[in-house]
Each structure stands twice: as structure tokens, then as C-alpha cells.
Design a protein around this ligand. Structure first.
Ligand code: PEP
Length: 252
């Protein structure tokens, strides 16, 4: 089965509304009509409305970078799924290692967030990945097993393929230290086998992105790997030319 590649740019805490609009103005002529790669930008809350408006009618999808699982309530500073849905986002990045490490997002939080997003018709980009110490300690598969099993525990088998999984080794994020093709392929194949333990059909269909220091000059090699179906890109997604070059590298 051929899976449509999915390249998403995670802006993290970068870009004011004006900067976000400038980025989209630069990206649209380069990638706005590409239809053989799914393209997303993961935008800070404050710029979501502007980016949804400026990408309307193009093939660029808009994602948020966090969400709370509860429907509403006394959660000062949090944003609900309904609030994001109202802005017409396509989905939300959840479980990014920065949120896990700096803001204590847990597997239990993700277990609630992922099915809640799916119930609202939004796409979760669900991030998993091991730290340097865990890789050195030969714990990569155990860590991925725990994160995938717990984070997706309350997703119905028939809905698993609606999740995009991003394999992001923590040691490769923002470090310039990209995973080798073998490391990326092995981890993504392992994640797919975990999905296959629940549903062979979902494992065939689910998209698994690689993330961690993807750049225009290493993207093609990574994106050609059999179990890598796209990329989640941080630093190189802040500038339209670089991001568009990575999207181009994902084309068949
Ligand atoms: C990320 O933020 O998810 C990421 C992979 O960052 P970078 O591409 O900068 O390593």
C-alpha cells in the first residue's frame, strides 16, 4: 500500500502574526498547490486564525502545538479542542518531547488527548522518542513500546490509522545530530509493528514521520526509507525555502 507522505513544520514558540503571514506568503508559491504530499504548519495559538485565513484554498494544513483533553472547565491558560476546532485547525501536535520534558505532559495525558482529538475529527500528530541516555542504555524499543501502547490505549483499533505518529529521538531534536537512516528506519518499523500488534490494516495505513534535525540536504535519504512516511521539522521549517525543499524531497 502506498501512503501519502506528510511533512509538517513545527514552529514552536516562533513567529508573531506578521511573521507567520510573511512565511505563508513565501510558502504558497513554492508549495501551495502540491497535492502528492500532505503539508502542515504547526502554529502558535496566537497566529492560528491568521494562518488559517491565509492558507484557505491551498493545500497547506494548519495544526496547533498543544491542547487540553477536557471539554471545558477550570484550567487557567489551557485551550480546548472545541476552541481549536472553531478556528478550523486540521489537527494538533501532542506529546512533543519539549512538552513532555519541560511541561510534564505524560503518557496518561496523551491517552486522553489522542482519542478526544479523533472524536472531534482532528488529526493528532502524536510524538514519541527516546532520550540519548535511553538509547545508550539500549532502552529505545522499551521506551517506544510504553509511549505508543499507553498513548494510543484508548484509540479504537479501526481509528489507529487516523493518527500520525512522529518518531522523534530527543537527542536529534534541535541538535543537528540527525538519526542515521538505519536508526530512523529501525525505530519507525518497530513503531509500525506495535500498531500491527493491534491491527494489521492500521499498520499498513498509518503514517509515521521522522523528526530530528531534518534539513533540505538530508531529507531525501530519510524520506525514501520504507517505514518513514514524512517528516516533522523544527528549525528548517522556519523559513519557506528550506521547508519547501523538504516537501519537494518527499515527492515520489
Ligand atoms: C521538532 O521540533 O519536532 C524538531 C524535529 O526540531 P528540529 O527539526 O529543529 O530538530
Amino acid at each position: 500500500m502506498s501512503r501519502t507522505p506528510f511533512v509538517a513544520g513545527n514552529w514552536k514558540m516562533h513567529k508573531t502574526i506578521a511573521e507567520a503571514e510573511e512565511f505563508i506568503t513565501g510558502l504558497l508559491p513554492l508549495a501551495g498547490a502540491i497535492d502528492d504530499v500532505q503539508i502542515g504548519v504547526c502554529v502558535p495559538f496566537t497566529a492560528i486564525q491568521a494562518v488559517v485565513d491565509s492558507t484557505r484554498g491551498s493545500s497547506i494544513e494548519v495544526y496547533a502545538q498543544n491542547v487540553h483533553a477536557a471539554e471545558k472547565g477550570a484550567y487557567t491558560g489551557e485551550i480546548s479542542i472545541a476552541m481549536l476546532d472553531e478556528l478550523e485547525v486540521h489537527g494538533v501536535v501532542v506529546g512533543h518531547s519539549e512538552r513532555r520534558q519541560l511541561f510534564n505532559e505524560t503518557d496518561a495525558d496523551l491517552r486522553a488527548k489522542v482519542p478526544a482529538l479523533l472524536a472531534a475529527g482532528l488529526t493528532p500528530i502524536f510524538c514519541v522518542g527516546e532520550t540519548d541516555a535511553q538509547r545508550e542504555g539500549d532502552e529505545t524499543e522499551a521506551v517506544l513500546r510504553t509511549q505508543v501502547t499507553e498513548g494510543l490505549a484508548d484509540v479504537a483499533d479501526e481509528d489507529l490509522a487516523k493518527v500520525t505518529i512522529a518518531y522523534e529521538p530527543v537527542w536529534a531534536i534541535g541538535t543537528g545530530k540527525v538519526a542515521s537512516p538505519q536508526q530512523a528506519q529501525d525505530a519507525c518499523a518497530f513503531i509500525r509493528s506495535l500498531v500491527a500488534d493491534r491491527s494489521a490494516a492500521a499498520a499498513e495505513a498509518v503514517r509515521i514521520q521522522y523528526g530530528g534535525s531534518v534539513k533540505p540536504d538530508n531529507a531525501q535519504e530519510l524520506l525514501a526509507l520504507p517505514d518513514v512516511d514524512g517528516a516533522l521539522v523544527g528549525g528548517a521549517a522556519l523559513e519557506p525555502q528550506n521547508f519547501a525543499a523538504i516537501v519537494q524531497a518527499a515527492r515520489a
